[in-house]
Design a protein around this ligand. Sequence first.
Ligand SMILES: C[S@@+](CC[C@H](N)C(=O)[O-])C[C@H]1O[C@@H](n2cnc3c(N)ncnc32)[C@H](O)[C@@H]1O
Length: 241
Amino acid sequence: MNTPTPSNPQVARKGSGEMFDAIAARYDRLNAVISFGQHASWRHRLVAALRPAWGQLDEVLDLATGTADVAIEIAKTYRARVVGVDPSEGMMVVGREKVARHGLSEQVCLIDGDAQDLPFDDQRFDACCIAFGIRNVPDRPKALAEMRRVTRPGGVVAVLELAQPTGNGLALLARAHIKFVMPILGGLLSSKEEYDYLRESIAAFPKPEAFCQLMREAGLVRVAAKPYSFGALQLFTSRVE
Ligand SMILES: C[S@@+](CC[C@H](N)C(=O)[O-])C[C@H]1O[C@@H](n2cnc3c(N)ncnc32)[C@H](O)[C@@H]1O
């Protein structure tokens, strides 16, 4: 029977926690290689965008926290408490080890959960973000509505996601990188299914303006999209009213 289980990851829904359980041990290496080492600076832009008008963040929610790189950077940058949520226990095992190595176990807590149904009170967090995770969430409007619900008024809700570079010139090179170079590098470190999923899910992700519209429909305001790396990366920012 084709029931996705942690012990049977080949049939796990693509992008699900079970799929990430299967690649957790390789995930950080895969990320570094596929992004040509740019992933840290990409996450850095997301973390910088979370700063609120009132300056200080006390508690932040990091959805699809995975191996906790974003959570760790938020905790260090703002000296904030961070709750990371992810359905993949395997990713969070790697993440918790990293959190401990950075001496942040008192500040950063990683818990099992789904971005579509958050176990938190309304307006609990000063900011909420998701990096390279919204692509994997089946009901994106629901997840965006949840992000808005749990963030206090004035707080930033931010989404970092891979995208299809558009345009000519260097964007052509970036497209060639995704089409020809990433499959080779990705194939060396992950299975064909996992790699195909990455490529297909990037291609299927809504165009920036369409995703901004989803954010507005979720009740978020001051929505903006900023492309980086010739459009291979989009940073979406917004505020809660
Ligand atoms: C590509 S990883 C990103 C991890 C991390 N944010 C980073 O920057 O490296 C995507 C993560 O999304 C998680 N995920 C999948 N479905 C999810 C859902 N419904 N809610 C929250 N996270 C989810 C996966 O388990 C995985 O850890």
